[in-house]
Design a protein around this ligand. Structure first.
Ligand SMILES: [Zn+2]
Length: 127
């Protein structure tokens, strides 16, 4: 189990007991360090820390990866979404519980569980 630091730019400024660390007499509030974080794709200890990061770096990040400058259009070619029936219980039914659904045409196509879990697997031809 490896520990990592919260990426929040102000994490150390939030005075909570768990952030106060160090030798007796020289304790300081420190950036949280854990094996898992629940926010921002496992990078931030709280929504506050995620927002602090975005307020400082969000514009730079958007400019770096490409700012949206015109409307995207939902068409048949990019309307595929993965769907899953959470109440599925019938073990005897061999039909896959995972599927692609086209939000425009309503067409459904079967999907394996591993394809469902693969975030890069898509039928969409563009974003
Ligand atoms: Zn934090």
């Amino acid at each position: 189990m490896s520990l990592k630091y919260c990426q929040g730019t102000q994490c150390h400024t939030y005075k909570t007991k768990d952030r106060l660390k160090g030798m007796q007499g020289s304790k300081t509030y420190q950036t949280r360090r854990r094996s898992d974080f629940y926010y921002g794709n496992d990078n931030f200890c709280s929504l506050n820390c995620q927002n602090d990061w975005f307020n400082k770096f969000g514009d730079q990040a958007i400019n770096h990866f490409g700012r949206t400058t015109q409307a995207k259009h939902l068409t048949e070619e990019n309307a595929w979404v993965k769907d899953y029936d959470y109440n599925y219980r019938d073990q005897n039914n061999p039909k896959s519980n995972y599927r692609f659904v086209n939000m425009i045409t309503k067409e459904q196509r079967p999907l394996t569980e591993s394809q469902y879990d693969d975030s890069t697997y898509t039928l969409n031809e563009s974003e």
